[in-house]
Design a protein around this ligand. Sequence first.
Ligand code: ADP
Ligand code: MG
Length: 348
Amino acid sequence: MSEITLGIIGGGQLGSMLAIAAKKLNVKTVVFCDDIDAPAQNFCNQFVTGSYDNKEKISEFINQVDLVTYEFENIPYETLNEINKFKPVLPKPSVNRLIQHRLAEKDFVNKLNIRTTRYVSIEKKSDIDALEDFLPGILKTTTLGYDGKGQYPIKSSEDLNSLNIDFSKGYILEKLVKLKKEISIIITRFSNNKYEIYEPIENSHEDQILKYSKIPADINEKIFNQSKDWAMLIAEELKYVGTLCVEFFIDRNDNLYVNEIAPRVHNSGHLTINAFNVSQFENHIRAVCGLEQIPLKKISNAKMMNLLGDQITHYRNMQKFNENEFFFDYLKKDIKEKRKMGHITTLV
Ligand code: ADP
Ligand code: MG
């Protein structure tokens, strides 16, 4: 029986599912979150609330744990680095610093000779001139974006000018890819060349928010292999420990691009809970806590649907589900439009 207590920064649904997986492995969890209503408090052993730069609360948190991981990437680097002086933080803080900045992230991926969308940094008003090569495109804040937040579609330079961009923040302009499909790879790296990697997952978005994921992905063999190879290369280059997700675009000519990397468990991997012998969450806990690596086995094909906003109500009121349906309610206090409230996985 393990005697490990794991600290998890972030108390949303990913934190909850990590805590559930940890419990199964007899790993105790302490969740730290800036939201006093964080859903993960329903699933962890201890809950500490405070802002992510509250030194007192953070030391209260780290005094209770053996090591620390996180469920989202927008944690101040300084906080992770400070914690790392006292208790190991995995994945290591430098990985998080790299990936939370869209430009640094894309530069890193390109250096590995892996294709990304074409992009340009926008730091000042004059950068907006002569951008025709990158249009139509999407303007994104370089940091702190998620679920399409901080993103603006741009068709012409006039669009850019009329946006009145706040140049105190950094931006990236990305050329729009004519999408045929989006897929993701979830990989858990344990140590040098030791991985568990899930098959590609096919994802559909609505309003830039993930709506459906399914396996198998309907893709050709070349993309199947290339996406896995690229994810392995990225994880190895980062000397990553834990579960990581790489999001990909496939264009109409079947070219593969890395869209972004998530240094954490990922929404598209929720179906791994029911479709595999070991979920992405359990694998993350196993890797960061140094527990046994178990070879992955697929149990079933599956599809997952995110329940956004008040779509949850219908499922909360359901008396009974079919044997192959698994409903997860994130137990969020308030229903908000487009907020991820739960999901349902169907084994097919
Ligand atoms: P987030 O951090 O919000 O997940 P993403 O960069 O992954 O941001 O963008 C969210 C979604 O928006 C993508 O999954 C894709 O559907 C769409 N999107 C973003 N950038 C592009 C692009 N350059 N070309 C085509 N679609 C894009
Ligand atoms: Mg994304």
